[in-house]
Design a protein around this ligand. Structure first.
Ligand SMILES: [Fe+2]
Length: 228
C-alpha cells in the first residue's frame, strides 16, 4: 500500500497547500503530515542592465519564466490529485502528463539560459571549454557558426550545446518549443532562447542581431562549469 508521503516524495509533487480544503487523499491509506516542496522561481534581477538587453525585455522574460514555475507546480499538483482520486484513465490526465514536459522544460531551460547570461568577456581561449570545442568542432569559430545557425533556424525553441556523457562529445541541438528534441541523458552546456519573446522587444525580427548580442553577454565561466 502506497503512503501519500512516499508518493509525493518520489514524484516531487507538493506542498500541503495542494491538499487544503476538500482533500481526496485523506483516507487512511495515505497517512498524514505531508511536507513536500514546490519549485520556487529563482531571482535573476542581477541580469538587469546587461548590455544588449533592455530592462523592459528582461523584465518581461523573467515574468514569463515565473509563469513556467507556477504552471509546473500546478500541473504536478493536479496530476497527484488525479492519481489519488482514481482519475488516471481520464483524458485530462494524459493531456496533463504531456503538458508536464513543456512546462518543466520551459522552467528549467530558462534557468539555464539566465544562468549563462550576464558575463563580461569572451570565452577563455585556453580554458577547458574552448579546448573541448576545438576537439569536437575543429575550432571555436566553426562551433560558433554552427550554434548561431541552429539559433537562426525558423521556428520557436532553443539552441543548446550539449555534452554527451557517453563519449564526452559536444553536439549542438535544436530544441523545438521547450520539450522536443532533447538528447536523453546529455548535459546542457550553453543554452540560448530563440523564442520571439527573447528578442522582439529589442530587435524586432532581426534575430541575428539578438544572437550576436547574446554571444557578447554569455557568462562563459558558467557554461564552462557545466562541462564534465
Ligand atoms: Fe524565454
Amino acid at each position: 500500500m502506497i503512503k501519500r508521503r512516499e508518493f509525493l516524495k518520489a514524484t516531487g509533487v507538493g506542498g500541503a497547500a495542494v491538499f487544503a480544503g476538500a482533500d481526496p487523499l485523506s483516507g487512511p491509506a495515505f497517512g498524514q503530515d505531508v511536507k513536500t516542496q514546490a519549485y520556487a522561481a529563482k531571482d535573476y534581477a542581477k541580469l538587469l542592465g546587461t548590455p544588449g538587453f533592455s530592462d523592459a525585455l528582461l523584465k518581461n522574460h523573467l515574468t514569463l519564466y515565473q509563469g513556467y514555475v507556477t504552471n509546473t507546480n500546478k500541473v504536478l499538483e493536479a496530476l497527484a490529485l488525479m492519481l489519488f482520486s482514481g482519475r488516471t484513465a481520464a483524458a485530462e490526465f494524459a493531456e496533463l502528463r504531456r503538458r508536464l514536459g513543456w512546462e518543466f522544460d520551459g522552467m528549467r531551460l530558462h534557468e539555464l539560459y539566465f544562468e549563462n547570461l550576464g558575463g563580461k568577456g569572451g570565452m577563455d581561449a585556453g580554458g577547458k571549454l574552448a579546448k573541448k570545442i576545438r576537439e569536437d568542432f575543429g575550432g571555436v569559430e566553426a562551433w560558433q557558426m554552427d550554434f548561431k545557425a541552429v539559433g537562426a533556424m525558423r521556428g520557436i525553441g532553443w539552441a543548446v550545446l550539449y555534452q554527451d556523457p557517453a563519449t564526452g562529445r559536444l553536439i549542438d541541438f535544436w530544441i523545438n518549443e521547450h520539450d522536443g528534441g532533447h538528447p536523453a541523458g546529455c548535459r546542457p552546456i550553453l543554452v540560448m532562447d530563440v523564442f520571439e519573446h527573447a528578442y522582439m522587444i529589442d530587435y524586432g525580427l532581426k534575430k541575428a542581431n539578438y544572437i550576436e548580442a547574446f554571444f557578447k553577454a554569455v557568462d562563459w565561466t558558467a557554461a564552462e562549469a557545466r562541462l564534465a
